[in-house]
Unconditional design. Structure first.
Length: 618
């Protein structure tokens, strides 16, 4: 084998590369016309980067730098121009448009070909959709509907919910971004009513979707609750769809393959698709959704651009919102005419999606004096000192608190979960048990390690055993909360859905797992039918996205690491509706607030190039 193969295997032994990084690098080196150490490192590092959520490897950041702090001898990347030349001469790296395993673009970003293809397809599809507008918008009906449906004035400034709804009717692509409590679902319900009022609106084929079953269930439940507040007749309310599915189910999973039934050659028969929790959607899934969506259909994305990005590669929602800080002059004037709201034109706006992106700015959950709201804002702004002052000044009964890292987290959490077991012993209803379970959750940054999900779930179980709530040596017991770790289409249950193990109501001496649907209906499933689930006293912050709890306890690890960033903290804090407590050291917390999540991609740059323009037909 080549002399640099020993280098790759040494890095693999020291866990600097995983199995996929090593094997793909070795395979492509064997295929290369001119293999080299520079090529070996580039392939392995690019594969490793995609595994960490990046779309590509930025050679400019790594060129002429020491690559591994603990390597002996020192491994240094080549100078940029030398590195580019060697890669392009290797026979396995091409320029954009070439059919090669890896693609090197003009900005020195190196992609695995499929991720370059996903990014290009998605970027161009978004630009086309952002540059086009629906052809049959009745502006008079739109203004009339806006006045009827948005009657309550905003607390301060403009009514951005009203502006967002108008934007979504006027564009084929719209993004409604906002933190918890800013009214994204409220806006969507009114938007659906506006679309039904338009010419041909009664025949619109509308789909509601989310990336996970849990998020789809919450969207469905929130829309059903919000519909009751609309000043509409029973017939008009019934015309507003309220059934949501996962994106995978919408696109049609091919159980015998890895693709979807709906794609460019077999598009979805839909006119409007609304996707909630869009920050969780990775570049591959979003590209496939755009492929399957007819060009004339509206795509409406809901999410919080400040939350964690998707677990898989990409930060699509963040890239779409980058540079989009306000509409252009002509579109702002149109919005003002329709909404009777002032719409600022921000001259710094540089994104080509600027007429498609609206940020909801007013929280109806946290008022201006809410400490938990101020904490979330300070974290989001990277203001560690303000965040620390808020945490340190918390007192018993406040909505935020701080505990030192040596506090026994498992004992604290077990004390909260004890209420669930007391209620089961008292014969409480299943509805009440689910309310209790949603009242508290322990969140962790990591899965592994002393302060990771796996260890803390085991430690909490031991505490509950010692307290007499849980029988020893039993995997299934009344009160055990479980979360599905993959979709089960036969049972109509999805990754992320949470159930409670309880005595089965119709089978004497048997246990069942109760799941509560978006419609409030309780479904019972045999534990034997759920091989892919885990105990969920503690859950990662990533897994908690799309959920809300009355009280959240966040456990930080002992040391700073690459997974810790302000987006993770912000996501954890905003899962709480009532109280947030952090367990961890000041130094780790401060480092986490000051570090931004960075996903390397070229999508934001691609979306800066205008390809189309469009005008609303009156």
């Amino acid at each position: 084998m080549f002399r640099y193969d020993d280098l790759l295997r040494d890095l693999h032994r020291r866990n600097r590369l995983n199995d996929l990084d090593l094997h793909l690098a070795e395979f492509l080196l064997a295929e290369a016309k001119t293999p080299s150490q520079s090529l070996a490192l580039a392939i392995a590092l690019t594969t490793h980067a995609t595994g960490e959520g990046h779309l590509c490897l930025d050679l400019k950041e790594m060129a002429d730098e020491k690559l591994f702090s603990d390597s002996d001898p020192v491994i240094r990347a080549p100078r940029l121009q030398d590195w580019r030349r060697e890669l392009l001469e290797s026979g396995v790296v091409g320029r954009p448009g070439d059919w090669q395993p890896l693609i090197l673009d003009a900005s020195s970003r190196l992609y695995l070909h499929r991720y370059w293809d996903y990014e290009q397809r998605l970027g161009q599809a978004l630009l086309r959709r952002a540059g086009a507008v629906p052809e049959s918008v009745d502006l008079g009906l739109l203004k009339e509907g806006l006045q009827a449906l948005f009657q309550q004035p905003a607390k301060q400034g403009s009514d951005w919910q009203k502006i967002a709804a108008a934007t979504a009717v006027l564009r084929r692509l719209s993004v409604i971004s906002g933190g918890p409590g800013t009214g994204k679902t409220t806006t969507v319900v009114r938007l659906l009513a506006l679309l039904r009022r338009q010419p041909g609106g009664g025949a619109l084929r509308i789909a509601l979707a989310a990336p996970t079953g849990m998020a789809a269930s919450r969207l469905q439940q929130a829309i059903r609750q919000s519909k009751s507040s609309l000043p509409l007749s029973t017939q008009q309310l019934q015309a507003i769809p309220d059934k949501a599915s996962t994106l995978h189910r919408l696109l049609g999973v091919c159980h015998r393959g890895t693709g979807f039934r709906h794609h460019r050659e077999n598009p979805l028969l839909l006119d409007v698709v609304i996707v909630d929790e869009a920050s969780m959607v990775d570049v591959a899934l979003m590209a496939k959704l755009l492929d399957a969506l007819p060009e004339q259909a509206r795509l409406i994305l809901l999410g919080d651009r400040d939350q964690l990005a998707s677990v898989e590669a990409g930060a699509v929602l963040g890239d779409m919102c980058a540079g989009c800080e306000g509409p252009d002059r002509s579109f702002a004037r149109l919005l003002e005419q329709l909404t009777d709201q002032p719409v600022d034109i921000l001259t710094k706006s540089a994104g080509c999606l600027n007429n498609s992106v609206v940020q909801l700015r007013e929280s109806y959950r946290f008022d201006a004096d809410s400490r938990i709201g101020r904490l979330a804002r300070a974290i989001n702004q990277g203001d560690a000192q303000t965040a620390l002052r808020l945490l340190y000044s918390g007192e018993a009964g406040d909505d935020i608190g701080w505990s030192a890292s040596d506090v026994p987290t498992a004992k604290m959490a077990a004390g909260r979960y004890a209420a669930l077991f007391r209620q089961i012993a008292a014969g409480a209803s299943v509805d009440r048990l689910f309310s209790t379970l949603q009242g508290f959750r322990l969140l962790c940054a990591l899965r592994e390690g002393r302060f990771g999900v796996k260890h803390l779930n085991q430690a909490i179980t031991r505490e509950l055993i010692q307290a007499g709530h849980v029988p020893d040596n039993k995997a299934w017991y009344p009160g055990r909360p479980v979360m599905l770790t993959r979709n089960d289409y036969q049972l109509n249950l999805y990754n992320g859905e949470t159930g409670i193990v309880l005595p089965h109501p119709h089978r004497t001496e048997d246990l069942g797992v109760a799941f509560k649907g978006a419609d409030g209906e309780i479904r019972w499933v045999s534990p034997a039918a759920l091989p892919h689930c885990e105990t969920v006293y503690a859950v990662t912050v990533h897994k908690s996205q799309g959920s809300e709890f009355q009280e959240v306890l966040l456990q930080l690890p002992e040391q700073s690491g690459p997974v810790l960033c302000r987006e993770l903290l912000y996501t954890a804090v905003t899962r709480s509706k009532g109280r947030f407590t952090l367990v961890g050291s000041e130094s780790v917390f401060q480092h986490t607030v000051e570090r931004r999540l960075k996903r390397i991609s070229g999508l934001a740059d691609l979306l800066q190039t205008p390809l189309f323009s469009g005008h609303v037909k009156k």
